[in-house]
Design a protein around this ligand. Structure first.
Ligand code: NOJ
Length: 552
C-alpha cells in the first residue's frame, strides 16, 4: 500500500529567489529557507515545495534547467540542499522538488550536443524539423511567451520546438533515452531524500507527431494532452513514482473535472494530483486572442461550479490539489478580494473556502500574511512572459492597446507573486541586506510577517487554525461535499458531512452584506469551528468578506 500522507497535508510553496536571502547578494537562497523552517513549522505545514533550484541561466527563473544534478550557485550548493532536506525532515516537514521535464535550457549539454549534428547520441533528444518549402517554420504553433514555437538553428540547419522561450527547447519524450535520462535524475534526487514532485507542464510532454496547424495561427491550443501522454505518465509512475512512494502533483493547464480522473485515479497509476487552471480563469474573457490579458469581472458562480465539479468528479477516484496562488498567479485578494477595507477579511475568506474542500491545500509564500499585488510601472516588471507578450500582442499584433495591457498586468502579471517575501518593516522588508533582485512591494511596511503576528486579527494565525483543523478533523478529509446556493453571485456556501457531523462553510465574496438562505439552519446546538468576525450567533446576515465554518 502506498503512503498517502499528502492527503492530510498542507503544502507550502517556496519561490526560493524571493523567500529569504541569507548572504546579502539580493537573491533568496537555500540557507535562507533553512533559517525560516521554524516559521513554517509554527504555521503548521507538512511539506514544502521548492520552485526549481537547479543550475540555470534563469531566463524563466529556473524553469530553464541547464543541469538537473546541480544546485544553481545563486541558491547555494548541493550540500546546502542536503542539509535543508535533513533539517526539514528533522522538523517533520517533507520536501517536494519541482521537476521541469517538458523542456530544458538551451544551455543544457543535451541540447548543446543535439544541435551539433543529426546523428549523435543526443540528436533526437529534442524535436527538430526541417523548414517548410518556403523556408518558414514547420507549422503555425505559437509559444506561450509570444511568437512562433519554432526557432531556426543555424548550425543544424533545422527548426527546434519550444512551447516557452526559445531558450527552453522541448524534450523529445518519444525517445526512450530521454525518458530514461529523466528517470535517472529523479532517482538521484530520491536518493538525497526528496519526498515528491511537482511536475511542470507535465501534460505537454507528448506531441502530435503529424504536427497539424492550429485553427488559429500563433496560438497554443496544440500543447496539452498529446496522444501518448497517458502512456508516458504511466511509465513514469512505474519507473520512479510508485516504487519509491514519491508524491506527485502535475501541472495540467487544460484539465477539466470530467477528464481529470484519467490522470489521478489511483487505479490508473499515473499521478496523485493535478493543478488545474480552470478555476483561475473566472476573470478571463473566454476565447479572446489576448489570452491572459483579456479580463472581466470575476464570475463567482463559475468559481463555485468549477470547484464543485472537481469535488464531485474526484470524490471516489482521485484527489484534488487546492490552490488560489502560486508563482504564476497574481495575489488572489488583489484579483478577487478587497485589499484596502477588507484586507484581513478577504484573505481569510478565500482561505476558508479553499481549506474547507476535500483535497490537499497549497499555500503560496506570502499568502499566509495576505501579500498583495505590486503597483509597478511597466518597466519595473521582470517576467519574460510579460515582456514577450507585450511585444507580441501590443507591438506586433496590436490586438490590445498599451493602456488595457498595463491594466491587465496590474491585475494578473505573474510578477505580483514574485516580489520578495515581506518579513518585517526594516529595509527591503527584511528579505535581504543587499539590493534585492526584484523590487520589494512598497506596501511592506503595512503588510509583513512581524506585523501580522502582532495584530489582533492575524491572517497567519487564521491559517494556523485552518491547518490544525485539517490535521484533526476527518470530516475535512473524508466528508461528503454539497454546494448550496449555487447561483448566488457572491455567497460561497457548502456543506461537508461525515458520520454524524455536518459542517457548513460560508464565505461572502463581496463588499456588501448578503443574506444566507439555507434551509434548516439550527437555532442552537451549533458551534463555530473557525470564523473571521466577532460573530456569536448563526444569523443569516453575512458581513462583507465574512467567512466561517460552523458545526452542527
Ligand atoms: C509552468 C511554470 O509554472 C512557469 O513558471 C513556467 O514559466 C512554465 N511552466 C515553463 O516552464
Amino acid at each position: 500500500m502506498r503512503d498517502t500522507w499528502w492527503k492530510k497535508a498542507v503544502i507550502y510553496q517556496i519561490y526560493p529567489k524571493s523567500f529569504y536571502d541569507s548572504n546579502g547578494d539580493g537573491i533568496g537562497d537555500l540557507n535562507g529557507i533553512q533559517k525560516k523552517l521554524p516559521y513554517l513549522k509554527e504555521l503548521g505545514v507538512d511539506a514544502i515545495w521548492l520552485s526549481p533550484i537547479y543550475l540555470s541561466p534563469q531566463i524563466d527563473n529556473g524553469y530553464d534547467v541547464q543541469d538537473y544534478y546541480t544546485v544553481d550557485p545563486v541558491f547555494g550548493s548541493n550540500e546546502d540542499l542536503y542539509q535543508l532536506i535533513d533539517e526539514a525532515h528533522r522538523l517533520g516537514i517533507k520536501v517536494i522538488m519541482d521537476f521541469v521535464a517538458n523542456h530544458t535550457s538551451d544551455k543544457a549539454c543535451w541540447f548543446q550536443e543535439s544541435r551539433k549534428s543529426r546523428d549523435n547520441q543526443y540528436s533526437d533528444f529534442y524535436i527538430w524539423k526541417d523548414a517548410g518549402p518556403d523556408g518558414k517554420e514547420p507549422n503555425n504553433w505559437g509559444s506561450n511567451f509570444g511568437g512562433s514555437a519554432w526557432t531556426w538553428d543555424e548550425h543544424r540547419q533545422q527548426y527546434y520546438l519550444h512551447y516557452y522561450a526559445k531558450e527552453q527547447p522541448d524534450l523529445n519524450w518519444e525517445n526512450p533515452a530521454v525518458r530514461k535520462a529523466i528517470y535517472e535524475v529523479m532517482k538521484f534526487w530520491k536518493s538525497k531524500g526528496v519526498d515528491g514532485w511537482r511536475l511542470d507542464v507535465i501534460t505537454s510532454i507528448s506531441k502530435d507527431l503529424s504536427f497539424p496547424d492550429n485553427p488559429l495561427p500563433m496560438t497554443t491550443s496544440n500543447q496539452q494532452n498529446g496522444p501518448r501522454m497517458h502512456e508516458f505518465l504511466h511509465e513514469l509512475n512505474q519507473q520512479v513514482l510508485s516504487p519509491f512512494d514519491m508524491m506527485s502533483v502535475g501541472e495540467a493547464p487544460a484539465a477539466k473535472a470530467h477528464d481529470a480522473h484519467w490522470l489521478v485515479d489511483p487505479k490508473r497509476e499515473e499521478l496523485d494530483m493535478v493543478f488545474t487552471f480552470e478555476h483561475m480563469h473566472i476573470d478571463r474573457k473566454k476565447g479572446d486572442k489576448n489570452g491572459r490579458w483579456a479580463l472581466q469581472e470575476p464570475d463567482f458562480v463559475a468559481l463555485k461550479r468549477i470547484l464543485s465539479d472537481w469535488q464531485s468528479e474526484l470524490s471516489n477516484c482521485g484527489w484534488n490539489a487546492l490552490y488560489f496562488e502560486n508563482h504564476d498567479r497574481a495575489r488572489v485578494i488583489s484579483r478577487w478580494g478587497d485589499t484596502e477595507t477588507y484586507h484581513f477579511e478577504s484573505a481569510t475568506a478565500f482561505a476558508t473556502i479553499l481549506h474547507g474542500l476535500q483535497g490537499t491545500p497549497f499555500i503560496y509564500q506570502g499568502e499566509e500574511i495576505g501579500m498583495v499585488n505590486a503597483d509597478y510601472k511597466l518597466e519595473e516588471y521582470n517576467d519574460i512572459e510579460l515582456k514577450g507578450n507585450y511585444k507580441f500582442f501590443v507591438e506586433e499584433q496590436q490586438t490590445i492597446d498599451e493602456e488595457s495591457f498595463i491594466d491587465a498586468v496590474s491585475k494578473v502579471s505573474r510578477d505580483h507573486a514574485r516580489t520578495p517575501m515581506q518579513w518585517d518593516e526594516t529595509i527591503n522588508a527584511g528579505f535581504s541586506k543587499g539590493k534585492p533582485w526584484f523590487k520589494v512591494n512598497p506596501r511592506y511596511t503595512a503588510i509583513n510577517v512581524k506585523k501580522d503576528l502582532q495584530a489582533a486579527q492575524s491572517i497567519f494565525r487564521y491559517y494556523q487554525q485552518l491547518i490544525e483543523l485539517r490535521h484533526n478533523e476527518d470530516i475535512l478529509l473524508e466528508g461528503d461535499y454539497e454546494l448550496l446556493m449555487p447561483n448566488h453571485p457572491y455567497l460561497f456556501v457548502y456543506k461537508r458531512t461525515f458520520e454524524k457531523k455536518t459542517w457548513l462553510v460560508v464565505a461572502n465574496l463581496s463588499t456588501n452584506i448578503q443574506d444566507l438562505q439555507v434551509e434548516g439552519l439550527p437555532q442552537q446546538g451549533y458551534r463555530f469551528r473557525i470564523k473571521n468576525s466577532a460573530r456569536e450567533e448563526l444569523t443569516p446576515r453575512i458581513e462583507p468578506f465574512e467567512a466561517f465554518i460552523v458545526e452542527f
